[in-house]
Design a protein around this ligand. Structure first.
Ligand code: FAD
Length: 460
């Protein structure tokens, strides 16, 4: 270690308590065993998209938060919930208190379609819908017009399929989960009969995972539909499939099974439509339909692409969701790659701009580092890469010297009158939510109002 300093003195901040932040905390403790790590989280509740993204009927996935809770049980790890970096505490203030920081803020904005009609009533982002059914404090007020009978979801990834599954399935299947109560009640009144998932590319290029699409085979009271023509592959896709990963081959097998199941007379239909793109959302004030164009797969510069043909189609729908990817947002004072929605970095070490120079104290992990792709586990290797770089720099003196000690941060929070949520506080809230859930036959009854969370912590 550097002259005069040992790992004993190392203090690291992590911004964001989602999977990336938590894997980074764990990797730091393992790489520099005597260091101290503080995790800052904008909301009172930790774990990012595990709480506010993962669908309520994915119980097992939700439970991955238990492994992260064990990290917080380590004495060397602190939790500062309800503290937004860049607003409550500036980056400069953070830098004064820590040797280095890992920025793991995730991505919670919708990528826009950029087509006419996107601002009509009845067009929603998947982010808002997902946040609404998961009881996210920022989205609990949103209203979705579920008197609509026909719904289009633009996008064919796992998030799009989650949204379709929540819209289509019998709400009583969700009643025992931790779905937000307001969403459950609204879904019970829903008039949705048909959902169309619209994918720009073909089934071989689809980005959903086999586990996600397989669920569509067994949704009670729902017929999933795949047209035979969508399974007839072009020459390029056939070639790709012959050398494709196991997952892609599995996806094709599952889509074939869905097609073979056919119409079983169930009241709701979920159509998976490939090789079409929306060109316009039709309607005067609210959504009345979609104009779409048929695509074909072409090879350009050795890469397969979906290219629009001149075959135009119309689809009557009353509601449209866009689900073509999440986008990260900038924090004041940080370099940002606006095009990719990520922090420019080299193996997790921040650059002062796209193609810029390496910064010494700032690192990044997760969706804000690499963009919104991959499952929870993908963030583990990603965080390990970042921490390896940090450790390497730490050991070769490239990280500035430690500055203040623990209580200084508490002084700062006190001075700024920030009511932070400690991990012990969160445990009280967690226990309360689970108990409330049990009384109502649910796995958890989430508190969705920000102030109510804080009041409850205070009162217990
Ligand atoms: P996040 O999980 O978003 O965590 C970022 C955290 O940073 C958040 O808690 C946020 O509040 C906090 N934060 C942001 N800004 C600040 C700030 N300025 N100060 C302090 N804190 C801040 N993966 C699976 O394996 N299985 C699934 O079933 C699954 N379902 C998904 C469903 C949806 C709808 C989505 C969007 C993703 C899903 N994923 C799933 C993917 C998985 O959730 C992501 O891979 C993972 O959450 C990314 O981790 P992250 O830490 O980068 O971001």
């Amino acid at each position: 270690y550097r002259l005069g300093y040992t790992a004993m003195s190392a203090k690291f901040a992590i911004v964001g308590s989602g999977p990336a932040g938590m894997y980074a905390a764990d990797a730091l403790l393992k790489s520099l065993p005597d260091c101290h790590v503080d995790v800052f989280e904008k909301y009172p509740a930790p774990y990012g998209l595990i709480r506010y993204g993962v669908a309520p009927d994915h119980y097992k996935t939700r439970n991955t938060s238990r492994q992260f809770a064990r990290t917080f049980d380590e004495a060397a790890v602190g939790y500062y919930g309800n503290v937004e970096i860049g607003k409550d505490i500036s980056l400069d203030e953070l830098k004064e208190h820590y040797d280095a920081g890992v920025l793991a803020m995730g991505a919670y904005n919708d990528r826009k379609l950029g087509i006419e009609g996107e601002d009509l009533d009845g067009v929603y982002g998947a982010c808002a819908f997902v946040g609404w059914y998961n009881g996210h404090p920022d989205y609990r007020h949103h209203q979705f017009d579920l008197t609509s009978k026909r719904v289009a979801i633009i996008g064919m990834g796992n998030v799009a399929i989650d949204c379709a599954r929540i819209l289509c399935q019998d709400p009583e299947n969700l009643a025992k989960t931790d779905i937000a109560q307001h969403a459950l009640e609204a879904l019970r009144q829903s008039k949705v009969e048909e959902v169309f998932l619209i994918g720009r590319r073909g089934p071989v290029q689809a980005s959903f995972t086999p586990a996600e699409v397989r669920e569509l085979l067994h949704l009670p009271k729902v017929d999933a539909v795949v047209r035979a023509s969508d399974l007839e592959l072009d020459e390029h896709s056939k070639e790709v499939l012959s050398k494709a990963s196991r997952n892609t081959k599995l996806n094709m097998e599952i889509l074939q099974q869905i097609h073979d199941q056919g119409d079983r007379g169930n009241p709701r239909k979920l159509h998976l439509c490939f090789l079409i793109s929306p060109t316009k959302i039709e309607g005067s004030e609210r959504v009345e339909g979609l104009e779409l164009v048929h695509n074909e797969i072409v090879k350009e510069g050795g890469v397969l692409k979906a290219k629009a043909t001149d075959e135009v189609m119309h689809l009557n729908v009353d509601m449209v969701f866009r689900s073509i990817g999440y986008l990260g947002a900038a924090i004041p004072g940080l370099p940002f790659d606006d095009r990719r929605g990520t922090l420019p970095n080299d193996q997790g070490q921040l650059l002062d701009g796209v193609d810029g120079k390496l910064l010494n104290q700032e690192y990044t992990a997760g969706w804000i580092k690499r963009g919104p792709s991959g499952v929870i586990g993908t963030n583990k290797q990603d965080a390990i890469e970042t921490v390896s770089r940090l450790k390497q720099n730490w050991q070769t003196s490239q990280t500035p010297q430690p500055k203040l000690v623990q209580h200084d941060l508490l002084d700062l929070l006190k001075e700024k009158k920030i009511q932070f949520v400690s991990f012990e506080d969160w445990k009280k809230l967690d226990k309360f939510e689970i108990e409330q859930g049990q009384q109502n036959g649910k796995s958890r009854q989430k508190i969705c109002k920000f102030q109510e969370m804080l009041d409850l912590i205070q009162s217990t």
